[in-house]
Structures are given as C-alpha cells and as structure tokens.
Design a protein around this ligand. Structure first.
Ligand SMILES: NC(=O)C1=CN([C@@H]2O[C@H](COP(=O)(O)OP(=O)(O)OC[C@H]3O[C@@H](n4cnc5c(N)ncnc54)[C@H](OP(=O)(O)O)[C@@H]3O)[C@@H](O)[C@H]2O)C=CC1
Ligand SMILES: O=C(O)C1=N[C@H](C(=O)O)C[C@H](O)C1
Length: 270
C-alpha cells in the first residue's frame, strides 16, 4: 500500500515541528504539506529544517486547498479558528482530519460534527495511550464511588499554553461525569476565586497551573471522608501526542466518514 500523504497544520508550532519529526520516523507515512497562518514569517521556510531535520523540500504555505489536492490526511494542532477553517476543506477533499486542537467551543464542535457525514474526523483532547487509559480508569472509579467523594481535576502545562482547563482535563471530567451518570456542564466548578462559599456536593472541580516547560500533567483526585484516591498521568515529551496522532491517521485511512476518538483508535471502548 502507498504511504499515507499527510499535511501538518501549524507546522511552525511546538506540536507541528514534533509531528514533522515523528512522520519522518514513521513507516507508511510521508509529509506532503505544511500549513501555517496567513502572514506568518515562517511561510516559505522548509518544514524539515524547522523540525531540526535535513531539508525535506516541503515549504510552509497558507494555501490548504492547493496542498491538499495530493494528500490523504491532515494533522491539525493549531488554534480553534484555524481548525474550523480547515474542516470544510478537509471534508471537501475527503481527507482524514486528525484534530488535536483544544479550546474549541460548543459551536466549534457543532461545526465539526456537521461535516462528519462526509468527513473522517478523529478528535481527542489527548492522543496519548496513557491518558486514554487514565480516562477509562477515572470512569470506572467514579462509577464505584458516591457523592461523598468529591472529584477534583488538577492540570499543569508549560507557560505558553493559551487555553484552560486543558482539553485533557475536560476529557477526564467527561469520563468522571459519565461514570457518575451526570452531565458535566451542570456539575462543573471552574475558576474558584474569592469568597466562593462551600463546595457544592456532586460538582467536578478544575484547577489549572501554568509554568516552565511542563508537557502536560493531569491528576484526578477523589477526596472522600478520611481518604483520597489520586489517579495521575505525566507526559514527559510531546512526541507522545504526535505518535498518537500518527497512529490515529493511519488507523482512520480508508474508514467510513464519521467522528472517531482515540478510544476507537486504541480499541478501548467498553
Ligand atoms: N490533543 C493532544 O494530544 C494535544 C493537543 N495539543 C493542542 O494543540 C494545539 C497547539 O499546541 P502547540 O503546538 O503547543 O501550540 P503552538 O502555538 O506552538 O502552535 C500552534 C501553531 O498553529 C499556527 N496557526 C495559527 N493560526 C493558523 C492558521 N490559520 N493556519 C495554520 N496554522 C495556524 C500557529 O502560528 P502562529 O504562531 O503564527 O500563530 C502556531 O505555529 C493546542 O490547542 C494544544 O492544546 C497539544 C498537544 C497535544
Ligand atoms: O497545550 C498543550 O501543550 C497540551 N494540550 C493538550 C490539552 O489541552 O490537554 C494535551 C496535552 O496536555 C498538551
């Protein structure tokens, strides 16, 4: 079978450069396009050189329509506005669209869902095996404990991260809510500050720390009467997420249109 031809969106970013590197190490995948924001000073630069590799002759461009004429998939770790702009073109071209971008709103999610009758989308707030296993464990523990155990989710990321809580924290919150059979949006405590009053029973709390170069730390704390259970994951290198994204793209190649998650890719469905 021919190599899967991939575009990296946000090719000049932290994840974009990592994806370029991981593609070069992955049998069955080849980089054919590197997308950057219109007006970026990186347009025209070589994607390989930006990733610390020998030149690969894939130049950064802002023209997704042209570069996608000869591509099979797009790995998109950018910003919400860019991802939403890419969705229509990816669907029109029949690309596999792997979406790692976080900070998407409910209306952004609705736009993504609206194309999944003709697009193949794999979307996850975290592409690592470890976090997806952690989510399954969180759901399981939440099922077993009643409201006398308060659920709090703590995350820490590098100082350049622009959204909070992280996509992973929200994913873990959804897992906990599913275990408890409640809707997260009605039981979510975010951004406590000042005279907050006592904790509301049944809420799932979120706290975000930012600093240094942390690739992504997440803990889910079940705090009960006289005991606490903490389930944690620590990412040591963002190559972990890029490898997960490559696995997702190769898995989705040739699948029917639809919305898939890393749970599908990794075979972790109940
Ligand atoms: N799901 C997962 O497993 C993971 C998800 N992420 C998420 O991925 C996203 C990116 O993270 P990170 O790489 O650290 O962030 P960066 O800011 O380093 O990279 C984002 C890149 O996207 C570029 N960009 C902005 N607008 C456009 C556009 N219209 N078209 C193409 N490119 C554009 C930015 O360019 P410019 O700087 O010029 O604006 C930048 O190069 C975040 O949402 C993060 O949370 C990160 C790691 C893992
Ligand atoms: O911005 C990051 O760096 C990361 N973002 C994702 C998130 O928001 O959860 C995944 C990972 O934690 C790294």
């Amino acid at each position: 079978m021919a190599d899967m031809r991939l575009i990296v969106a946000g090719a000049g970013g932290r994840m974009g450069r990592t994806l370029t590197r991981v593609i070069s190490e992955t049998p069955g995948a080849v980089l054919v396009g590197a997308l950057e924001a219109p007006g970026s000073e990186l347009l025209g630069k070589d994607a390989g050189v930006l990733a610390g590799l020998p030149a690969n002759d894939v130049k950064l461009s802002a023209d997704l329509w042209s570069m996608s004429a000869a591509a099979d998939g797009i790995l998109d770790f950018t910003v919400p506005a860019a991802t939403i702009a890419n969705v229509a073109i990816a669907a029109e071209r029949g690309l596999v669209h792997v979406i790692g971008t976080t900070g998407l709103s409910q209306s952004d999610d609705a736009v993504i869902r609206s194309v999944t009758n003709r697009a193949i989308v794999v979307k996850s707030g975290n592409m690592s095996l470890g976090v997806n296993l952690l989510a399954a464990l969180v759901k399981r523990v939440a099922q077993s404990l009643d409201e006398s155990f308060d659920i709090e989710i703590l995350e820490m990321h590098h100082k350049s991260k622009i959204d909070a809580p992280s996509g992973t924290a929200l994913m873990l919150g959804e897992a906990a809510a599913a275990g408890r059979k409640i809707a997260l949006e009605q039981h979510s405590a975010r951004g406590r500050d000042g005279l907050t009053g006592a904790r509301r029973a049944g809420d799932i709390g979120f706290a975000s720390l930012r600093g240094g170069t942390a690739a992504g730390d997440h803990s889910v704390i079940f705090a009960g009467p006289s005991e606490r259970i903490t389930l944690s994951h620590h990412a040591e290198d963002r190559a972990l997420f890029a490898q997960g994204a490559l696995k997702a793209a190769l898995w989705a190649h040739g699948k029917k249109p639809g919305m898939y998650s890393m749970t599908d890719v990794l075979g972790l469905n109940d």
